[in-house]
Ligand binder design. Structure first.
Ligand SMILES: NC(=O)c1ccc[n+]([C@@H]2O[C@H](COP(=O)([O-])OP(=O)(O)OC[C@H]3O[C@@H](n4cnc5c(N)ncnc54)[C@H](OP(=O)(O)O)[C@@H]3O)[C@@H](O)[C@H]2O)c1
Length: 172
């Protein structure tokens, strides 16, 4: 799972879905390096809607968008490149494993992060903390009971302002 948040755990600044207005260039560099490294990207439909204009579809990568209404997106679907699914995280992972995928980059947002954490399907978190406090905004995980135990693997200061990249392993 990869994400960037304010110090108070917000992945959006208030109601604005444009995260590039407040994330640092260093975090964006990190994020796009992770995108480059992974051939399977999964995100929720709200994240997809927010990022749609910036997404560059390529033959080498499969993007799976989780929605409860995949039919709504049928005109956009491109098999093996852009797919829409209402499968539960467990079923989805099983199906993707059967297709040969070994690793998945989970891109959020908060609702989808919670779904995967709840199903114990996240093994590593790469979280960037921007030195900002928003008070209002969407949370890294949606309002739901979770009990996830983590171990810090790495901490990196990405710039002089103090943007921090934290890498955690999820303990089972
Ligand atoms: N800062 C960051 O790192 C970061 C990362 C990602 C996103 N974001 C921001 O976060 C916002 C989106 O986050 P979000 O939490 O609102 O939404 P989200 O997690 O991206 O997507 C939620 C959507 O997932 C679908 N969904 C929910 N439960 C499902 C289930 N059981 N099975 C299948 N699909 C299911 C639903 O889609 P339908 O409504 O289509 O049914 C739901 O609306 C955007 O503004 C984006 O810019 C920030």
């Amino acid at each position: 799972m990869v994400g960037v948040m304010s110090l108070d755990g917000k992945i959006t600044k208030g109601i604005s879905s444009d995260i590039y207005k407040w994330t640092s260039l260093e975090d964006q560099k990190h994020f796009f390096s992770q995108i480059k490294k992974n051939n399977l990207l999964v995100m929720g439909s709200q994240t997809y809607e927010a990022a749609r204009d910036k997404i560059k579809l390529t033959k080498e990568k499969l993007r799976v968008i989780l929605t409860r209404d995949p039919q709504k997106y049928t005109p956009e679907e491109i098999p093996n490149i852009l797919e829409f699914s209402s499968d539960s995280p467990k079923v989805l992972v099983k199906k993707l494993e059967a297709r040969g995928y070994k690793k998945m980059l989970l891109l959020g947002g908060g609702i989808i992060n919670s779904l995967f954490l709840k199903s114990s399907l996240v093994n590593e978190l790469q979280i960037t903390i921007e030195p900002k406090i928003f008070g209002l905004g969407k949370n890294l995980v949606s309002d739901d009971k979770l009990d996830v135990d983590l171990k810090l693997l790495e901490i990196k200061k990405l710039n002089s302002k103090g943007t921090l990249l934290l890498v955690y392993k999820v303990l089972i």
